[in-house]
Each structure stands twice: as structure tokens, then as C-alpha cells.
Design a protein around this ligand. Structure first.
Ligand code: OAD
Length: 233
């Protein structure tokens, strides 16, 4: 299918970065101090205890900074030269796709961007300080609290980004890789692709809610499966 495909879309989740050493949100090693992501990645959690939420993000930023892109990121970056219509969409905020050389459609923002929590109007800014010298960090414009530039549970995604991702489900092959397929709207993309007639593939060592509807399941790590697929191509 990939050999004859012109339009290929890939959606990635935390599992694609697992082999780099970035902890996933769910499953083995997915918890930080026994908090589930839904307990920390919300505006309510931040309003209640910004120091705790920033401690978690500062820890994740330090972990990610010590990681390098793996073979999955490399193959997915190189496919932009292989297919006429190639779109890489990610739920990951770690920046590893970018570091492998291809900027994806980012559904959930970036852990390397900060925004003003008080909404003073300043645009999000890049911050790669690891560890953060001042925690919680401050808005350079108004001095209020800064927040991570990521989308939290209960928050809407940028409609332009969602539109771009949805458009790309009109494709020949749609691959969902390294995601538990439970967080929407990202989890809906493989269903859209399926409805629109794409050949759908899941790359994940474990079963997910998407497993039942995909045309093919490749049950191994993304770094292994994508390496094999690329070599076969
Ligand atoms: P999850 O942590 O929910 O799921 C990771 C998935 O990767 C699981 O299904 C694992 O089986 C799989 N996996 C583990 N190792 C793998 C490997 N080497 N290769 C391939 N797959 C592997 O992560 P996401 O689905 O990305 O949102 O989570 C979705 C969203 O929920 C995240 O973007 C984040 C989170 O809370 C926000 O922060 C808004």
C-alpha cells in the first residue's frame, strides 16, 4: 500500500518517543509521583497549585532535553521526500519530530513554549531553559504567571490546526503510531480516514480502541516497525 500511495498521513503519540526515553502518559512508567495526566494537565490544577504543575513540567522538560530522536522520528522526517502528499501530525509536545528535521502539525502545542496565564495579550514565547531558573516562571510582559504552551484537558485546540489535520485524513494511507487513541479530537482522525476510504494502519505493541477499525495492525515499537517499513520501501 505504501509503495503505491501518493498521499500519506501519519499521526503520532507519546509511544513514538518512548524509545528515546520520554515517558508516555499512560501505561508502564507513565505516572509522575502517582499523578495521572488528567490530574495535572488542566487549568483547574494549575489554578490550584501552579508550583506543582510547573514542577511536573520542569521535570518533563529536563527528561526530554536529555533525549534524542529515535529511528521512528528519523524515518517519519525522511518520508516528506518520499511521498507527494505527506502530512505528519503529532500529539507530542516534546519537539523530537522537529529535532529529527520535520516540523509536524502540532495538535497539543509545545513544551518549549510558554504563554501568559493572565492573558495579557503577549504572544507565546520560546523557552528552553532546563531546569527553569525561576519556578514558576513569569510573563516577561506583565510579570504575571507563565503557563506551559500546551493544550490541557478541557481546553480547545486551535481550530486552524484541527482543520489542517482533518483535511489530511483524505489520503491513501493513514498511520496511527504510538498513541492510546483515547484522547479526542486526535483519536477521531483515524476514524475519519477510515470513513474516507484510506488504508489505515496502527503501529503499537498494545491494542487500543482504534485496533478494531484499522485495516492493519503492526504490533511492535514504532522505532522497529518504521525502520522495517522504510527498508522495505
Ligand atoms: P499515551 O501515553 O496515552 O499512549 C502511548 C501509547 O504508546 C500506548 O498505547 C502504548 O501502548 C504505546 N507505546 C508504548 N511504547 C511504544 C513504542 N515503542 N512504539 C509504539 N507505541 C508504543 O500517549 P498519547 O496517546 O500520545 O495530551 O496521549 C494522548 C494525549 O494524552 C497526549 O498528547 C497528552 C496526554 O495527556 C495532553 O497533554 C493534552
Amino acid at each position: 500500500m505504501l509503495r503505491s500511495a501518493r498521499r500519506v498521513t501519519v499521526l503520532t503519540g507519546a509511544g513514538v518517543s518512548a524509545a528515546s526515553g520520554v515517558p508516555t502518559f499512560r501505561g508502564t512508567g507513565g505516572l509522575w509521583k502517582s499523578f495521572r495526566p488528567e490530574e495535572l494537565a488542566t487549568s483547574e490544577a494549575f489554578a490550584r497549585d501552579p508550583a506543582l504543575v510547573w514542577e511536573w513540567y520542569d521535570w518533563r522538560r529536563q527528561t526530554i532535553a536529555a533525549c534524542r530522536p529515535n529511528r521512528a522520528h528519523e524515518v517519519l522526517a525522511s518520508w516528506t521526500d518520499r511521498f507527494a502528499g505527506y502530512v505528519l501530525i503529532t500529539q507530542n509536545v516534546d519537539g523530537l519530530h522537529e529535532r529529527a528535521g520535520l516540523a509536524p502539525v502540532r495538535l497539543h502545542g509545545s513544551i518549549w513554549e510558554l504563554a501568559c496565564w493572565d492573558g495579557c495579550g503577549v504572544s507565546a514565547w520560546r523557552n528552553e531553559d532546563v531546569p527553569l531558573p525561576v519556578r514558576p516562571p513569569r510573563c516577561p510582559e506583565c510579570g504575571g504567571l507563565a503557563r506551559p504552551g500546551v493544550v490541557w484537558f478541557g481546553e480547545g485546540l486551535d481550530p486552524r490546526v484541527v482543520a489542517r489535520a482533518t483535511q489530511s485524513t483524505a489520503c491513501d494511507v493513514f498511520i496511527t503510531a504510538g498513541t492510546s487513541s483515547i484522547v479526542y479530537p486526535a483519536a477521531g482522525l483515524v476514524h475519519d480516514a477510515h470513513r474516507r476510504g484510506a488504508f489505515t494502519v496502527e503501529i503499537n505493541p498494545d491494542a487500543t480502541p482504534a485496533s478494531a477499525i484499522v485495516d492493519a495492525r503492526l504490533q511492535d515499537g514504532a522505532e522497529t516497525v518504521l525502520d522495517v517499513l522504510d527498508r522495505l520501501l
